[in-house]
Each structure stands twice: as C-alpha cells, then as structure tokens.
Design a protein. Sequence first.
Length: 146
Amino acid sequence: MLKRQPELSGLIIEVTEDVLVRSDTQLHAAIAPLRERGMCLAVDDIGAGYSGLRQLTAIRPSYVKLDRSLVRGIDGDQDRGALVKALAGYTEHVGSLLVAEGVESEAELQTLLALGVPLAQGYHLGRPQAPWPQVRLRAGATGAMV
C-alpha cells in the first residue's frame, strides 16, 4: 500500500540569491515533487548575490523578494527605481509576487507602491515580535494542539 504524502500548501521555501545554483536541472528535480504537493518557492535577496535574473527565469518562484539594498533610499534613486519597476512588471507577467524587504520610511513605501510593488515588509510597517508560543501535539494527533 502506498503511503499518502502530506499536503504542503502554505509552506514556502526560500532560496537565497547569495547561494550559487550550479544545476537548474537538479534544482527542478528536487523541487518538482514538493510543488506538486502545494509548496511555494521564494527567491530571497534579489539584487544581492550570484544568480540574479537567470535564477528567476529558471525556477519561476511564487515570490521574489527584493534585497533591502535595492529598497533603501529608493525614493531618491531613479536608477534603482527603474530596475524595481522592471522587476515588478516581470513578476506580474509571470504570475509571481514581488516583495520589498527593508522598507523603513513612508517615502520608500509610497515610491514602491508607485513602481508596482504589491508587498512590503520592514520596520516602517512593523517591528519584529516575540516568537510564536511552542505547541505540543497530543499523542497520535494529526495537527490538534494542546
């Protein structure tokens, strides 16, 4: 009898751009079965590492997270603004969501919204909070919390 694999919807695995992916084929082989079960993939720190645009087109992530180095001071930098606008257009075209990391001012947030960035995170929007409390599962339970 085949054992049924658990559903993975709601799970997001982040691949950081600062890790060089040498083989798109191996990466696809590793993530395909997880995607079939509902897992989403995010590419983190776009603009900070090795792989850049090639990795985006190769793995087709659900989320693309802009490194804060592209976001910081974007309200005063038209060149970075042009790059972010192009990435916003690309992600919309392929059905990914663009996330701006490190938003620390209202001016940055408004600029990002005007450039077409739909999601943002950073100190301007909320400070880190205490971790979620630990939960214990009852013996034999499949997700019931005590």
